[in-house]
Design a protein around this ligand. Structure first.
Ligand SMILES: *Cc1c(COP(=O)(O)O)cnc(C)c1O
Length: 376
């Protein structure tokens, strides 16, 4: 059996090697390493895949969040609501811009923001909500949009983990995650569902003025060369990365299918284990399984992880400490017990190997070992 990895980017590369190598060589031959043709072409292709009006490529998903908040002219002291159960980027950029993070607890079954808790968090200084579509499925956008509209708040979707997921509206319409709020952001970090060979990111918007502004902001705030309309940042997607992403975007739907097959296998093999909960899929979203995250009782989570690791099976805890309990953010004033669901989840979650190259033999071995743990 092939070695089991959390993410197997090497095998994935071998399947598209000829196209990727040719794309990279083309960029080298052009020497247009910054703002080369592939960047504009990738933006166009991604715009059409996402169904958004504007796609602005940038340096990484963290910058995308920062630039989104800059474009909306959030000012020091303004409050931004987000989730404590996610990667650090969101509150990092909130703090870097002198904004104040307001953390609202998540739903225990889907790990996403709990809209029923949003309204009581809003104050007169609150300006935006940043839902994160965690692990590959959407937060409950209609509920979030209703509250945002009522209180005149911006919505920035952090779509780093759910590119390609469809939000399903009750009337049957669907829209890609990341294209629903005022601005959506994503990351092309190598292990993301659409990953490049380094850092990369993008912003999405349906608003023409915001689209223009975002485009300028990621390039030093410049519209016309050497004339600056805004204080911006240097955050561009390299041409090389854009060329690689063009190859991988063509594969994205088949990548989703491969992840779905692995998730289906896990679901079938792991359902019915007493004390283990498989991921719950919301009725209002498809799931692109950036992670396949199970829940087990706090007392056995770490021992299950060790058990699997000893048998050559990687498994990871995303995330071991909720953001409100991270030391760097002590001064935002939260304590243990303030966000009980996120705190509980951080003791119970375990993400299993999930990628586009998982073979049935590997899945059988992983799930057999999980059964063996619960029998031991
Ligand atoms: C990966 C990730 C980011 C940051 O993306 P980078 O490209 O690594 O800066 C932001 N938010 C979430 C939810 C992520 O998973």
């Amino acid at each position: 059996m092939k070695e089991i990895r959390m993410v197997d980017l090497h095998t994935q590369y071998l399947h598209i090697k000829a196209d990727v190598d040719a794309a990279m060589q083309r960029v080298i031959d052009s020497t247009a390493f910054i703002k080369g043709k592939d960047v504009a072409q990738f933006q166009e292709e991604l715009t059409s895949y996402m169904g958004a009006k504007h796609t602005i490529a940038c340096g990484n998903g963290t910058d995308a969040l920062q630039v989104a908040m800059m474009a909306l002219e959030l000012k020091p002291g303004d409050e931004v609501i987000t989730t404590p159960f996610t990667f650090i980027s969101t509150i990092e950029v909130i703090r870097l811009l002198g904004l104040k993070p307001l953390l609202v607890d998540v739903k225990e079954d889907t790990f996403n923001l709990d809209p029923s808790l949003l309204e009581s968090a809003i104050t007169k200084n609150t300006k935006a909500i940043v839902p994160v579509h965690l692990f590959g499925q959407c937060a409950h956008m209609e509920a979030i949009l209703d509250i945002a509209k009522k209180h005149n708040l911006f919505v920035i979707e952090d779509n780093a983990q759910a590119i390609g997921a469809n939000y399903l509206f009750p009337d049957g319409a669907s829209q890609k995650a990341g294209t629903i709020g005022n601005i959506g952001t994503t990351s092309f970090f190598p292990s993301k569902n659409l990953g490049c060979f380094g850092d990369g990111g993008a912003l999405f918007t349906n608003d023409d003025l915001l689209g223009e502004k975002l485009k300028a902001l990621v390039n030093h705030g410049m519209k016309q060369r050497y004339y600056y309309d805004y204080v911006g940042v240097n955050s561009r997607l390299d041409t090389m990365q854009a060329a690689i992403l063009r190859v991988k975007l063509k594969q994205l739907e088949s990548y989703h299918q491969a992840r779905q097959r692995a998730a289906d296998y896990y679901d079938a093999a792991l359902s019915g284990i007493e004390g283990l909960e498989v991921p719950v899929c919301s009725p209002f979203s498809t799931h692109v399984f950036h992670q396949y995250t199970i829940q087990v009782p706090a007392g056995s989570r770490d021992s299950l992880k060790v058990w699997l690791n000893e048998k050559g099976i990687p498994a990871m805890v995303y995330y071991p400490v909720p953001l409100h309990l991270q030391h760097a953010y002590d001064d935002i004033g939260y304590n243990t017990g303030d966000l009980p669901v996120a705190e509980k989840l951080s003791t119970r979650v375990l993400s299993l190997p999930m990628h586009t190259e998982l073979e049935e033999e590997q899945l059988a071995y992983i799930t057999d070992q999980i059964h063996a743990f619960f029998k031991s």
